[in-house]
Design a protein around this ligand. Structure first.
Ligand SMILES: NC(=O)c1ccc[n+]([C@@H]2O[C@H](COP(=O)([O-])OP(=O)(O)OC[C@H]3O[C@@H](n4cnc5c(N)ncnc54)[C@H](OP(=O)(O)O)[C@@H]3O)[C@@H](O)[C@H]2O)c1
Length: 281
């Protein structure tokens, strides 16, 4: 039975852990604070930025480690701790394992609506993005795999729906900017495939249908019979920078993955109630 450590058993990590456990992997979950209870697998706690704490876990030999921890609302310093120090520490502590790192499509700084693949330049303009690129390089140098994830949404978590229903949505600068997203369960199935397949290198993880901000809000307005949100200026203060690109998932498809929700619209039509639910898990 292959053994995997999910380092960061949060919104995506927990879904991935449950999926791999259902596929007969031996799963060990890890969080920073309180260990989770009520799961079919063991969940421990440690700070992945603390190399000594990781060594002290004395875990059995692992086949795969998925670095799925998130810096939360932190800035570049917290990014460095969680993503870069975390990746280095995991690679050093578990040398037998293949490391899979959940990076972000925000590393592509393209701003002209271009189609970007894993071979496109990834030169982020913000410090946070540069830290992600450094962490990616650590993982690739260790023979591991980088999953560049688009914006994650799913049960009880959708920034777009929350803003839409709260009356906080704004169609920015004409709304022509593409939004790339991935349903949490499709991101989990992608990570499970990358774990199972023994893949190395970089893979974009996004759905099949980049939509412009205007297309999304116009569709939501029509679908829910609500007014179209107002137009306004582009929010230039996004932590991961303002970009505009269509992210290609062709490489992941070629590995045999396909999303259950090819588009955000499919998820809203099929599972809208779950997406709008107040609490996750
Ligand atoms: N959300 C998005 O739209 C998005 C987009 C692109 C990429 N990603 C990436 O996807 C990954 C998963 O995101 P998510 O939304 O599932 O995150 P999340 O729900 O915030 O969960 C993060 C998990 O990481 C744990 N954690 C945080 N810092 C840690 C540390 N220093 N040591 C050990 N565990 C730590 C947390 O433990 P506690 O709960 O105990 O603190 C929690 O279990 C992250 O790498 C994120 O950057 C997310």
């Amino acid at each position: 039975m292959p053994r995997v450590l999910i380092a960061g058993c949060g919104y995506l990590g927990l879904a991935t852990a449950r999926l791999l456990a259902a596929k007969s992997w031996e799963v060990i979950g890890l969080t920073r604070s309180a260990p989770l209870e009520g799961e079919s697998f063991r969940v421990i706690s440690a700070d992945i930025a603390d190399a000594t704490a990781l060594e002290a876990l004395a875990l059995p030999k692992l086949d795969v480690v998925i670095h799925c921890a998130s810096s939360g609302r932190g800035g570049a310093e917290e990014y460095r701790r969680v993503y870069l120090d975390g990746a280095r520490n995991l690679a050093r502590a578990f040398t037998s394992a293949r490391l899979i790192f959940t990076s972000s499509t925000s590393v592509y700084a393209q701003n002209d609506g271009a189609l970007v693949t894993e071979d496109s330049p990834a030169d982020p303009q913000r410090d946070t993005g540069r830290v992600l690129r450094e962490a990616e390089q650590v993982v690739i140098a260790s023979g591991g795999c980088v999953a560049r994830l688009a914006g994650i949404y799913g049960p009880a978590r959708s920034v777009l729906l929350r803003k839409f229903f709260a009356g906080e949505a704004v169609i920015e600068g004409g709304g022509s900017r593409f939004v790339n997203q991935i349903h949490r369960d499709d991101a989990a199935s992608a990570l499970a495939l990358l774990a199972t397949h023994g893949a190395a290198g970089i893979f974009n993880v996004c759905d099949d249908t980049p939509l412009t901000q205007r297309e999304i809000y116009a569709w939501l307005a029509q679908h829910f019979g609500r007014p179209l949100p107002p137009t306004g200026p582009v929010d230039v203060n996004r932590k991961r920078g303002v970009t505009n690109k269509r992210v290609s998932n062709a490489k992941l498809h070629a590995l045999g993955w396909s999303p259950r929700y090819p588009s955000f619209r499919d998820a809203v039509e099929r599972d809208g109630e779950a997406l709008c639910a107040p609490t996750a898990r």
